[in-house]
Write a protein that binds this ligand. Sequence first.
Ligand code: B12
Length: 310
Amino acid sequence: MTAATATTDLGEAYSGYLDHLADADEYAATDLAIGLLDAGVPAERVLLDLVAPAQAEVGERWARNEWSVAQEHAATHISEQVVAAVSAHVKPRPTGGRVVVACMDGEWHAPPPRLVAEVLRLRGWQVTFLGASVPAAHLVSYLHRYDAHAVALACALPMRLPYAHRMIEACRRSDVPVVVGGRGFGTDGRWARRLGVAWAPDAPSAAELIADERALRGVPAARAYTAAQLDATVSDLGHIADFLAAAVYVDDPSLFTEFVEWLSGILRSPGVPAGAVVLPLEHYAAALRDFPRAARALALGCAALPGLAR
Ligand code: B12
C-alpha cells in the first residue's frame, strides 16, 4: 500500500480499528496502527484520524448505553496501548524545549491530553506527560525544577473550571506560558477566553501556539505590566467606557463598534492580542446586563473583533 492509498483507506482502517476495540483485541488494534505507519501514513494522522475519533465513538456508545463501563474502560486501555506503540515505533528525537502536559486537579480524562502530548513530541518538543489529576502545587514545583518552555493543561469537565483557573494562575506566577484545551473549556473555547488563557481546539493548534511564544503568552497578566503599560491600559479602559456611554447617548452602536475596531488595530501592532480587548468588553457586558442599549453595543463590539467570532 502506498502512503496515498493508505491515507484514503483510513476510513476502512477506522471501522476495522473500532471492531478491534469492540472485541477488546489489543494485538489486532496495535498491528493495524503500526501497519498504517509502515504503509507511510504519518503518525500524527494515525493518532488524530484513527485513535482520537475512535475514542470519541467509544464515548458515544457508552453514553447510548450500548457499551458497559467495562467495555469503555477496555477500549480506552487499548487506545492507550496503541498510542504508546505508535510513539515507540516513530521514536522522534527532541529538538525543542520541554513542554509539560497535565490534567487539571480532579480531572481523570487523561487520553485526550496524552494524544496532544504525543503530537507535540512528534513535532520535536521534549514532552513530559504528567497524566491525570495533578495538584497545582506539585505541578508548579515540577515546572520550576525542569525549566519548562510551556505547559499544556487539560480540562474535560466544565465544573472543574474554578480549579482550572487556580492552576492557570499558579503556572503564570511561575512565568511559564500556558495553553489549555479539552471539552471543559466549551467547544469554541469561550470559557478559556473568560479566564484570559490561550486555548487550542486540538493537538496541531496547540503545537502551533506553543511554537509561537508571543501568541501563547496571550493576554499578558496585568501584574507583569510596566508602569507605562499599566497607565496605557487604564487609559484604554477609560476610553472604552467613554465611547460606550457616547454610543448609548446617541443610540448608535456603530459609534462604539468603530472605536473597538480602531482600538484592536492600534493594539495589534505592539503585539497585544484581540483577547486583551474582549476581556474588558465581556466584563462590562456582565456588569451592564440590565441595560439593553449598552449590552447590545458591547455584543456588537465583541462580534467586530477579528478572530473572535462566536
Ligand atoms: C473515556 C471517558 C471517561 C472515562 C475516563 C477514563 C480515562 N482514563 O480517560 C471515565 C469513565 C472514568 C469518565 C468519567 C467521567 N466522565 Co467522561 N468521558 C469519557 C469519554 C467517553 C471519552 C473521552 C475521550 O477520550 N474523548 C476522545 C478525545 C480524543 O476527544 P476530545 O476529548 O474532544 O479531545 C480532543 C480535543 O478536545 C482536544 N483536547 C483534549 N484535551 C486537550 C488538552 C489540551 C492541553 C489541548 C491543547 C487540547 C485538548 O484535542 C483532542 C484531540 O483532538 C468522553 C466522551 C467523548 N466522546 O469524548 C466522556 C466525557 C468527557 N465524560 C463526561 C463526564 C460527565 C464524566 C463524569 C463526570 C461522569 C460521572 N458522572 O462520573 C466522570 C468524571 C471523571 C473525572 N473526575 O474526570 C462528559 C463531560 C461533559 C461535559 N464536558 O460537560 C463527556 C463529554 C461524556 C458526555 N457526553 O457526557 N469519562
